[in-house]
Design a protein around this ligand. Structure first.
Ligand code: P6P
Length: 348
């Protein structure tokens, strides 16, 4: 990073950008600032996890049927506390809670926003020191203020998001977010405890050479997806193939690398996950908002734009194809040719 460039902290950036919203009264700015605070607290704990008694499983299974790690609970609690502490959130939907969470205070009942959260995505990687992340999505509530929020506030199409972002706890901790005016990345400088602007106005390459998918599920994929993966492996100098296969098993880490370098992440329908594995409200939608703002695409297995999907359940899953525009369009062509135009094809 150019050391001569003025250091811009996340809070300075948020205030600078608030001036672009003439009618903003600072609520969203305050909310984003509190997200940054919670991220710092979780980052400290994630980086200390190996030393503190916070690794390992809790012995509980969450609403997703997945094993709950101690850090999952820690991150969930820290973000819940920070969000309601901002007084800007009427309620939250998080991966760790089967129902929406609402705060009974008058302040919360009168708040303008609701938040969808995956507090710690990729948590199966926690105990083996692989990068993990937090994903958030913010909506204006649609229910009347002065009352607790309803599920309707969370069942909005992704196009209605006011802001979305993620924190990646990796070789460094980064916070990447959008409010619909581009995508900006901030790297945590632990020596001053501030997120500093390190990746202004992120644009994802239109094409890429990286494909991210769990090929262990290969025989469960549709023919179109199988043929696309085989296409990625073929030798073709002109098109720069073979592609490179990179799959960390941590969505935030795979997404972040592909966002910066170009690539596609795919979690198709499988036998075990007939609707894909990624959740619409707090994984697919926020990342789809970011990737579109960065010039990429995010669609489901029918080629439907993720952000246009009207949610019907809080924890619903959706097959996800997200990343460089050309790569997403290409896999959709294979699905069109092999699955839809040849109805005799079916998932094995
Ligand atoms: P699989 C983590 O549980 C997660 O939701 C994503 O972070 C990750 O990309 C995916 O699931 C990994 O799933 O079935 O390939 O192990």
């Amino acid at each position: 990073m150019d050391k001569t460039r003025k250091l811009i902290t996340l809070n300075e950036f948020i205030i600078m950008r608030q001036q672009e919203f003439p009618y903003a009264k600072g609520e969203l700015s305050r909310l984003l600032t509190h997200i940054g605070l919670a991220a710092k607290i979780v980052s400290r704990e994630v980086n200390m996890a190996g030393l503190a008694d916070i690794l390992g499983a809790t012995g509980r299974i969450n609403v997703q049927g997945e094993e709950v790690k101690k850090l999952d609970i820690f991150a969930n609690e820290k973000f819940i506390n920070a969000m309601f502490g901002s007084s800007e959130i009427a309620g939250m939907a998080t991966e760790e809670n089967p129902e929406i969470i609402a705060d009974d205070t008058e302040m919360a009942k009168n708040a303008k926003y609701v938040l969808c959260l995956d507090p710690l995505d990729g948590s199966s990687n926690i105990d083996v020191n692989v990068s993990i992340g937090t994903i958030f999505s913010i909506y204006r509530r649609v229910s009347p203020r002065g009352h607790k929020p309803t599920e309707e506030d969370f069942m909005q199409e992704g196009t209605k998001q006011v802001a979305a972002g993620y924190i990646i706890y990796g070789s460094s901790t980064m916070l990447v977010y959008t409010t619909g005016h581009g995508v900006n990345g901030f790297t945590l400088d632990p020596s001053i405890g501030e997120f500093c602007l390190s990746h202004p106005n992120i644009k994802t390459p239109t094409n890429g050479k990286i494909y991210s998918v769990n090929e262990g599920n290969f025989h469960s994929f549709s023919n179109g997806i199988k043929k696309y993966i085989e296409y990625c492996k073929e030798q073709d100098k002109e098109s720069g193939r073979p592609c490179t296969s990179r799959y960390i098993g941590s969505f935030v880490a795979d997404f972040h690398r592909n966002l910066l370098k170009g690539g596609i992440y795919m979690y198709p329908a499988t036998k075990k996950h007939p609707n894909g594995k990624l959740r619409l409200l707090y994984e697919a939608n926020p990342m789809a908002f970011i990737i579109e703002q960065a010039g990429g695409l995010a669609v489901d297995q029918n080629g439907r734009r993720i952000l246009d999907i009207k949610p019907t359940e809080l924890h619903q899953r959706v097959p996800l194809f997200i990343g460089s525009r050309n790569m997403v369009e290409q896999v959709m062509q294979f699905i069109e040719q092999e699955d839809r135009l040849k109805p005799e094809n079916h998932y094995d």
